[in-house]
Ligand binder design. Structure first.
Ligand code: NDP
Ligand code: MG
Length: 384
């Protein structure tokens, strides 16, 4: 029996890669529903190509522009609530959350509550409400979170989650270093939005590409790893590895280090999140290490890329701080994209917003959503 898949964020970089994987695994999976923000043209094309019966646009304002005739048998719905409906559809087995930003949280919660496998690319949902998502995955029959983020997929494959944890000392998440590796503050103050979109290794959506340039992405990933694997922040390390062949490493108490390698291609972790615990054949080649020649590792330049240390600070503060880190970063990236701040103001805004947050606590989901919108307003007002 094929498994039924719903992709939220189907028109983005992860969404399109997911469809490419599903195209190769057509006998194992059936695409039943697809969602996007407002790119109806591409959404319809994919729905027709994969035979999806339902599509959803999160932005209701595009409704009037759609020619209903063009839909044929495809059912179209609108709005954030419809995303939740797709994620909880009894017909669906696997929800791929490939949306960008904090809007991903509500569908992640809904999918887990409905007992689905959540193939999670939307790291923002874990950063905002990791404790809630992990609890739901543990308690709801059938619910599970399988990471899509390449580093976390690597660690997920390296760490046996059922084994007693005392043998594992530490994990290492690698970072390419982004387009500005080696730059100093004077240079970073002048970089443009377009330059920041020029990632040396990965082709991704604009928001995560800016996050990769500022290292806020690595910060989000440290918090993501804390929740996914139940690790203390002291036991999660980041190393810059410009070749992006090693995605994650696990260090054990006998001195052994296991590393996960692969070419930087998101189809590998996406496929694993869909097929786990099986590892199916794919057309992707393994790295030609002799041709690559060198794998290098270096420490993060924390002075010039403060977003990573700020993420650790938010993680250690706990409570609402990680949601606030995420929201302040999302707001700052948007301001940067509009030319309203310079690149080096991204960490400044995060730092000032984070300073206004109390330590600790176990916030409810409602409090998390409130903190998210509070932090956005606070961040924007900082530059007003
Ligand atoms: P993209 O910007 O390429 O795609 C985002 C997708 O989300 C699009 O389908 C977009 O629809 C949809 N979307 C945007 N805003 C909303 C909204 N308000 N409501 C509903 N849908 C929305 O992003 P990526 O694919 O690069 O990233 C997606 C997620 O995966 C992020 O959380 C990112 O951090 C994570 N990730 C991405 C990696 C990558 O290689 N790209 C690697 C690891 C993690 P539309 O096209 O209509 O705007
Ligand atoms: Mg990653």
């Amino acid at each position: 029996m094929p498994q039924n898949v719903c992709i939220l964020g189907a028109t983005g970089s992860i969404g399109e890669n997911c469809l490419a994987v599903l195209n190769e695994l057509a006998s194992r999976f059936r695409v039943v529903s697809l969602a996007a923000h407002r790119n109806v043209g591409r959404l319809l094309e994919s729905a027709r190509a994969f035979g999806a019966a339902k599509i959803c646009l999160a932005d209701c304002s595009v409704a009037e522009k759609i020619d209903k005739q063009s839909l044929g048998d495809i059912e179209l719905s609108y709005g954030q609530e419809s995303l939740v409906e797709l994620a909880t559809d009894p017909e669906v087995d696997i929800v791929v959350n490939a949306m960008v930003g904090s809007v991903g949280l509500a569908p992640s919660v809904a999918a887990l509550k409905a007992g689905k496998r959540l193939a999670l690319a939307n790291k923002e949902s874990l950063v905002m409400a990791g404790a809630h998502l992990i609890r739901l995955a543990r308690e709801k029959p059938g619910a599970e979170i399988i990471p899509v983020d390449s580093e976390h997929s690597a660690l997920f494959q390296l760490i046996d989650l059922h084994e007693p944890r005392n043998a594992l000392v530490k994990v290492i998440i690698t970072a390419s270093g982004g387009p500005f590796r080696g730059s100093d503050k004077a240079r970073l103050e002048k970089v443009t939005f377009t330059e920041s979109l020029n990632h040396p290794i990965w082709t991704m959506g604009p928001k995560i590409t800016i996050d990769s340039a500022s290292l806020a992405n690595k910060g989000l990933e440290v918090i993501e790893a804390h929740f996914l694997f139940g690790l203390e922040y002291d036991n999660i390390e980041v190393l810059v590895h410009p070749q992006s062949i090693v995605h994650g490493m696990a260090i054990f108490h006998d001195g052994a280090v296991l590393a996960h390698m692969g070419i930087p291609d998101m189809r590998i972790p996406i496929q694993y999140a869909l097929t786990y615990p099986e590892r199916l054949q794919s057309s992707i080649r393994s790295p030609d290490l002799a041709a690559i020649g060198e794998l290098t590792f270096e420490s993060v330049d924390e002075k010039n890329f403060p977003c990573l240390a700020l993420a650790y600070e938010a993680g250690r503060k706990g409570g609402l701080a990680t949601a606030v880190f995420n929201a302040a970063n999302e707001a700052a990236v948007e301001l940067f994209s509009k030319g309203l701040i310079v690149f080096t103001q991204i960490p400044d805004i995060i730092e000032k917003t984070l300073a206004a947050v109390r330590e600790g606590g176990e916030p409810s989901l409602e409090e998390i959503f409130q903190a998210d919108s509070w932090a956005r307003d606070f961040a924007v007002q900082l530059i007003a």
